[in-house]
Design a protein around this ligand. Structure first.
Ligand SMILES: Cc1ncc(COP(=O)(O)O)c(C=O)c1O
Length: 398
């Protein structure tokens, strides 16, 4: 039975049309359904709302601790220790104002002008942006659509004497793949051999569909995990994107100090708002049930959407193991990613993200990305519209 938290009545459309930006309801033409930025259409868990209300009602908003609220650091360390990997020290965790900010901070901490960072292709544009904002150049390790794997055999050829870091997105946006323990081990061994830091983005690690299991660099033995800087977020699993909150986990005291310096929290020019940290603490401590329900809801929608997309002419869609993102191959339709995005926006009145170089690198070509973190009703409406548009496109081609 569908959870009442995520049923068709639970999408607050009016509020979303006022508050959901970043290619979503507040930014699109009326009548268009946005399956764009990865941001749920649902209100957050009751416990988070209550905690924010209580704190705000008390009316004191003084400076918080530079290194972040101990309650959040402890809650995160405990959560990561019990749920994912064990042995996490709260003193190595730094809350910052979003996962994106954690990526930029880590890049600034470990990269200098003219350094190089290896990233995967395709991958979320934040990796490239974080590297280039730090003055570094990127080299891309491609994905092989035939095998469904990254070409890790090509990594050695990408290394120069300026390579300092490799960025890994696990679970992977936009491919919806989990990086396997074998792949993680290969990447960690490669990083160790070439003395590279690993920027490890685990923002999606709570959105994993059974029977698949999440593996982490932190499952590997030392020294393989000793150069791993891991970031977590609260936007994807808990719906807190607008509160701009994330955490960064440093592998040791030296790395932590570098990150601390790069973050500017000690000068108060950086850092996360106390209210956002209260929300994140509550999310971690009390809202696991909400995420479990959410993932159950998403699991059903994933199967529905993949089946519907694969029945549309010219579209081929793999089923994601994790994330609420679909990345269908549209090359069989005769349209490229940008043209398809325009076509769907105009004809189907559905907004998607094009798999173009700006968002994902050259490896995204011939794909579009759809976010399905909405109600079944809205998703089915969007898929119905897409189906009609894709059939009429195919007819006009014949
Ligand atoms: C892989 C990945 N990393 C980082 C982020 C940024 O998350 P936040 O909103 O917490 O900055 C996103 C958002 O889509 C993402 O997909």
């Amino acid at each position: 039975m569908a959870s009442v938290l995520f049923d068709n009545q639970s999408v607050p459309l009016k509020l979303l049309s006022e508050r959901a930006y970043n290619y979503r309801w507040a930014e699109i033409d009326q009548g268009v359904i946005p399956l764009t930025a990865a941001d749920p259409d649902f209100a957050v868990a009751r416990e988070i709302r209550d905690a924010i209300t209580r704190y705000a009602h008390e009316g004191v908003f003084s400076y918080g601790p530079h290194r972040g609220l101990p309650s959040l650091r402890t809650a995160m360390a405990q959560e990561l220790s019990t749920r994912h990997y064990g042995g996490v020290d709260p003193e190595r965790i730094l809350p910052l104002d979003s996962a994106a900010s954690c990526m930029f901070t880590a890049a600034r901490a470990f990269l200098n002008q003219g350094d190089e960072m290896i990233i995967f292709d395709p991958v979320d544009y934040l990796f490239e942006q974080a590297a280039t904002a730090a003055g570094a150049l990127i080299k891309r390790c491609p994905y092989d659509p035939e095998s469904g794997n990254f070409r890790l055999d090509l990594l050695e050829g990408l290394v120069t004497d300026r390579t300092r870091m490799i960025g890994v997105c696990n679970p992977h946006n936009p491919l919806g793949r989990l990086i396997t323990e074998g792949e993680l081990s290969t990447i960690a061994g490669f990083a160790q051999k070439h003395d590279l830091w690993i920027l490890n983005d685990e923002v999606w690690s709570d959105i994993v569909f059974k029977p698949h299991e999440f593996s982490s660099f932190h499952h590997l033995p030392s020294p393989l995990r000793d150069r791993v800087i891991t970031l977590h977020g609260f936007s994807k699993a808990f719906g807190l994107a607008g509160l701009r909150i994330g955490t960064i986990l440093a592998p040791g005291p030296e790395a932590y100090t570098k990150i601390l310096n790069a973050s500017q929290v000690m000068s108060t020019a950086g850092g996360a708002s106390t209210l956002s940290q209260i929300a994140a603490t509550t999310a971690v401590e009390h809202c696991r049930y909400w995420v479990d329900d959410f993932v159950g809801h998403l699991h059903g929608l994933r199967d529905l959407a993949v089946q519907r997309l694969n029945a549309m002419p010219g579209i081929s869609c793999k089923s994601p193991e994790a994330t609420y993102l679909l990345f269908p191959d549209i090359r069989g339709t005769g349209l490229g990613a940008d043209a398809m995005t325009d076509y769907l926006n105009t004809v189907a009145r559905v907004a998607v993200i094009p798999g173009n170089e700006r968002f994902f690198g050259p490896g995204g070509a011939g794909h579009i990305r759809l976010c399905f973190a909405t109600s079944e009703k809205i998703l089915v409406d969007a898929l119905d519209r897409m189906e009609t548009a894709m059939h009429s496109l195919a007819q006009n081609r014949n």
